[in-house]
Design a protein around this ligand. Structure first.
Ligand SMILES: *[C@@H]1O[C@H](CO)[C@@H](O)[C@H](O)[C@H]1NC(C)=O
Length: 386
């Protein structure tokens, strides 16, 4: 009942936004959507950097192709070659991430600054161990729950190295952790006792424009036959995109590629702009940022966003073998939610403060795992028939 009301409200809001968007589009043919999201200046600089870097990158790619022609990028019809997988930048290694999470939990928050971390309710924290973290305060607790559960689902799927390490924290003005920033807390309007997420800050990230299969509006299929002649560097990026699209389908995250596709209605060039909540580390590895829309919020808005997320999933027919294997296992054992709960409870001491997925959400997660598994099987059958 309440959920239905909230869904209707969300849908109403969405329609209102659509209308607003349409009105904006009439006044201004191509609204800079990054500015609407409140991080305009930084992103604009990213774009300029990107344009400047592109020529240089193309030149490098050509040189690389000449001296190092890639072997067959796909094996057994649907899996990225081992050679390509080995070239994917390692990202956040599991041990290093666990060490950061433990350090962040034990550290004091030495300072809190505005800006740099998305929503105006978020803060950039400097921790007493010298590291920095984005502190996200949810407008609703389900955003923090979505962030935390998405992070641990990525662990279950073997793709957590693409997400910045994350730990939960309890806002307690009188607690040891927050004692140095008691004054700033007073100005933050954060509720005492609220759970916030700490995400490790990463330096020198740059914007990411969706590559060819998705860059032209309607997604084309990323399949073995489409890849010949692509330079290794692009293939290495596509390996990461294949995981990203599966991850966003499973979590029903609409705040990345799906939201860009959605904006196509009034901004025909949106797919040539930076993808929301996706950045590139200096080593070329993709960083899946800000997963708050995943699992909880996303599952409430499936009807709105599956028309975008489903074609995206269908556009991928090449996979990391490890990802496919994990999904097959979760499908066979029908235990996706149980495994996620086990992992979350073992690794997040504050799990109880936010709770876990409802029974309905747990069923949806399993249904989506099954759906992706069937999709992979279809791709396998298609590849075998060629
Ligand atoms: C980030 O970029 C600055 C300026 O180019 C550089 O000095 C710094 O070492 C970089 N940091 C990392 C972590 O790569």
């Amino acid at each position: 009942m309440e959920r239905g009301g909230r869904a209707a409200l969300a849908l109403g809001l969405l329609l209102l936004l659509l209308l607003l968007g349409a009105m904006l589009a009439l006044r201004e043919p191509a609204p800079a959507r990054d500015e609407a999201r409140g991080s305009g200046g930084v992103q604009k600089t990213f774009r300029a950097l990107l344009a400047a870097g592109r020529e240089q990158q193309q030149q490098q790619e050509e040189e690389e192709r000449e001296k190092d022609p890639p072997a067959a990028p796909v094996r057994r019809g649907i899996f990225w070659s081992r050679e390509l997988e080995a070239r994917v930048p390692p990202g956040f290694a599991a041990e290093e991430a666990a060490a950061w999470r433990a350090a962040a939990r034990g550290a004091r928050v030495a300072s809190l600054e505005r800006g740099g971390c998305g929503r105006s309710s978020n803060r950039l924290a400097r921790l007493s161990d010298g590291s920095r973290a984005c502190v996200r305060y949810g407008v609703s607790p389900e955003q923090i729950q979505g962030e935390a559960l998405s992070y641990h689902l990525a662990g279950l799927l073997g793709m957590q190295q693409r997400l910045p390490p994350m730990a939960l924290a309890l806002v307690e003005a009188r607690g040891r952790q927050w004692e140095p920033v008691r004054e700033e807390l007073r100005g933050s309007h954060w509720a005492e006792g609220a759970v916030v997420s700490l995400t490790r800050w990463v330096d020198n990230l740059t914007a990411v424009v969706a590559p060819a299969p998705w860059g032209g509006g309607r997604p084309r299929t990323l399949a073995a036959g489409e890849l010949s002649g692509l330079p290794a560097e692009q293939l290495v990026e596509l390996v990461q995109w294949s995981d990203l699209i599966l991850f966003d389908y499973l979590t029903a995250n609409f705040d990345r590629l799906a939201s860009n596709l959605f904006s196509l209605q009034w901004d025909p060039r949106v797919m040539r702009r930076a993808t929301s909540n996706l950045l590139r580390a200096p080593d070329g590895g993709l960083v899946f940022m800000d997963n708050e829309a995943g699992l909880v919020h996303g599952y409430r808005l499936l009807a709105t966003w599956d028309p975008y997320n489903e074609p995206l999933l269908r556009s991928v027919c090449v996979f990391r073998e490890g990802t496919a294997r994990r999904l097959a296992e979760l499908h066979r054992r029908r235990n996706a939610a149980a495994e996620l709960r086990r992992r979350y409870r073992a690794r997040e001491p504050l799990w109880e403060h936010l709770g876990f997925l409802s029974e309905r959400q747990a069923e949806l997660l399993q249904a989506r795992v099954d759906f992706v598994h069937r999709h992979i099987a279809q791709c396998r059958a298609q590849a075998a028939a060629l």
